[in-house]
Design a protein around this ligand. Structure first.
Ligand code: URA
Length: 212
């Protein structure tokens, strides 16, 4: 795990290997989806690394012991629709008790400003670590808008998880939400004029859901 400022690059060899397979343009939808799920599980492992523990008394088949268990209310994963949903499966495999929220945003074609069309999050968001997920942190505008909206809804401790980040998107999130750490499998070179991350992996939503 390598970190500078508010970014942590999860450089585990399995993450890097699977990311390379995912980037390949000839990767079929079923394999792409499975790889996203596997990498998401590994990213969830890193983003939950410092969850607080408490101890409880239990009995093993051989003797009583004091053993650690997660303390308090746990997590809320929030998917930015629609591609964020591809990340939820792997994360929920690791943390099945997490709550799940959804935020839907579209970009106004005239102003290019993200506009919210859907939000549903648990009432007790403020008591949970909120992990916002979207595979691609590209311009950073949707991420920044979603994070802002979640703060309005009560979220206090927020992290952002993506597969790939562009330097431009990281800068926008750092500027608008300096309190939010971004976890990513890689930082790519740049955005192109269509807002795609280069070299990237193409349109994550289309590749996940087999659309286009
Ligand atoms: N969204 C994607 O799906 N891919 C990109 O490269 C940028 C944004």
């Amino acid at each position: 795990m390598a970190g500078t400022g508010n970014v942590i690059v999860v450089d585990h060899p399995l993450v890097q290997h699977k990311l390379t397979l995912m980037r390949r343009k000839d990767q079929p939808t079923t394999d792409f989806r499975r790889l996203v799920s596997e990498v998401s599980l590994l990213l969830a492992y890193e983003v939950t690394r410092d969850l607080p523990l408490e101890t409880i008394e239990i009995e093993t088949p051989l003797e009583p012991m004091t053993a650690p268990i997660l303390a308090g209310k746990k997590l809320c994963f929030v998917s930015i629709l629609r591609a964020g949903n591809g990340i939820l499966d792997g994360m929920l495999d690791l943390v099945p008790s997490a709550r799940v929220g959804h935020v839907g945003l579209y970009r106004d074609p005239e102003t290019l400003v993200p506009v919210e069309y859907y939000i549903k999050v648990p009432d007790d968001l403020g008591e949970r670590l909120t992990v916002v997920v979207d595979p691609m942190l590209a311009t950073g505008h949707s991420a920044a808008a979603a994070i802002g909206r979640l703060k309005q809804a009560g979220a206090k401790k927020i992290r952002f998880v993506c597969l790939l980040a562009a330097p431009e998107g990281l800068a926008v999130v750092a500027e608008t939400h300096p309190d939010v750490t971004v976890y990513t499998a890689a930082i790519d070179r740049q955005l192109d004029s269509h807002g795609y991350i280069r070299p990237g992996l193409g349109d994550a939503g289309d590749r996940l859901f087999g659309t286009k």
